[in-house]
Design a protein around this ligand. Sequence first.
Ligand code: SF4
Length: 698
Amino acid sequence: MTLSVASTTTRTTCPYCGVGCGVLATPQADGSVAIAGDPDHPANFGRLCSKGSALGETLSLDGRLLYPESDGARVTWDEALERVASTFKRAITEFGPNSVAFYGSGQLLTEDYYVANKLMKGFIGSGNMDTNSRLCMASSVAGHKRAFGSDTVPGNYEDLELADLIVLVGSNLGWCHPVLYQRIVKAKAERPDMRIVLIDPRRTVSADIADLHLPLQSDGDAALFVGLLAHLANAGVTAPGFIADHTSGVDAALLVAEDWTVARVATATGVPEHAIALFYDWFARTEKTVTVYSQGVNQSAAGTDKVNAIVNCHLLTGRIGRPGMGPFSVTGQPNAMGGREVGGLANTLAAHMDFSPDAIDRVGRFWRSDSIATEPGLKAVDLFAAMGRGEIKAIWIMATNPVDSMPEADMVKAALAACPFVVVSDMSARTDTGVTAHVRLPAAGWGEKDGTVTNSERRISRQRPFLALPGEARPDWWIVSEVARRMGFGDAFGYASPADIFAEHSALTGFENDGSRDLDLSGLIEADYASLAPTQWPVRRASRARMFGDGRFFTPDRKARFVPVLPPPPFAPAPGRFIFNTGRVRDHWHTMTRTGKTPRLSAHYAEPFVEIHPADADRLNIARASLVRLSNRHGSVVVRALVTDRQRRGHLFSPMHWTDQFASNGRIDALVTAKVDPFSSQPALKMAEVEAEPVNAA
Ligand code: SF4
């Protein structure tokens, strides 16, 4: 099968990480596609990382789902859509709206997300639309809301180049946000006085540019930043005017922090006192400080508290809302931010609005629906647990692979196998989740999709198509709208194009917004969607071009809130067990449905592995490159030993990419606990405990 191509260069956006790099895609006469970084895109200015530059190698139709299937047999779109609509309607009639659910993905475009969320929350009347972004940044969302009254990311990428101190917390930018890392490398080369501190249990590649690495015990971050708050207060490094005029709750936060001396922090984190003192001194002395954090902070049972412990330090020093400073949560996925904007999380409604009575009324009137959901739905872990108890009668999974990516993944696999009706819409025919589906719907992939994504600095960019839709694949927004129409909601889903959907979304963000809500894209309504340049929000009010630059937040009194944080006790696994950390490698993305197609990207790491400290490997007779079994009560995997002192003693690390499609016995998330943060319900994907043993050849 050959690809149908256009003849000119298309400006689009990379479908991998939350940096959101601009890409120039130029189909060639031989059917290949030349890929280059977009020199005019303000996220990357022409740069691409290894994954982005290999995008052209991932576009073959090998492994694509090209036709609708029902019980494994090819059917027409009409048959598939009718079955989905009628089965969901029957479940809703018989068991109520909360018996059905959608589970989406940061791979969905904003327009896709908007329509799915509108159908579930606006017309089916259930809050049960959650997303794999729950696994990625829900703790940052919850932390932002507690501190700022809204899920507003304060940071801009240029702040990283303007800063004199960058603190990377639980964030391996070098591999997970590589172009952002390249921008920092360049800035540091130009300004050698710039300092970088890496806070991570592992000595990752990001340590290469760090002036100081604090290899703290997993989950020691809260103690480290609570101690920093106490240090700043004791040293008098505070911003009294900013605190008085623009914040509340400082006394309560300091009261909880006051006992956290450097000595106590050292005990809680396992980091020597002198290193902690040096970090605290640098932070205290450096006005232009940006604290960047991602999954090492978010994927924790104390993730939200960690976020607020970091934000507290920036509020105390008034280092927020000004160039070169601020707390900055970077998102993992290409459109995690867009999903947040349209209500992809089960606890949000739409347009960054929660389920408050005002918002329910406002959104209901805007959508002209009297059946809008009135309360949050089930969040990812709770959703699949409810399914395991038989409470979910029908689920639609869009562009994601929870059988491999959810914690306690074997439980999720069993829950899906027992669910009466599973729909999967995906571009890939090969996912471990897809094989559980009763109906499979072929979705458009990157290069075929048309819509928008929002990156980590709130910049909206277009993903534009440069390939024809293969087989009978269709855009996600079209598929959802067609099901909505067949469920009887056609009047509200008569979209002709993604531009229609974006215009409606933009209008909703501005609907009855008196300035008390952060997201207002209504200035984009008149923009030419087809030629929309990368646009950072806020877009309307020039005085607020930098979030919080005017010192006004989105709480009722417009003041940021300090949150008292009590650090959790150090995690102590059972004797003989390791603390098990999971994450990513440089050249693969999620469950490898795209990156697994190119041998070049698999050359970096060819198979699943576990990093183990040499002393631990010696103690267990685990030889370099031998096979190791990792196990706990949730499951067991066999992976290759990578013996390295980059790893702390007593800690292990494995990447999460490999699935049953690529390596049997390699589904890492089968081992991960489904324990969640109490505020965000984000699972602690970096904090399992496992046993390790050599697998001896027979
Ligand atoms: Fe794509 Fe992220 Fe790499 Fe940029 S840094 S090219 S967005 S994977």
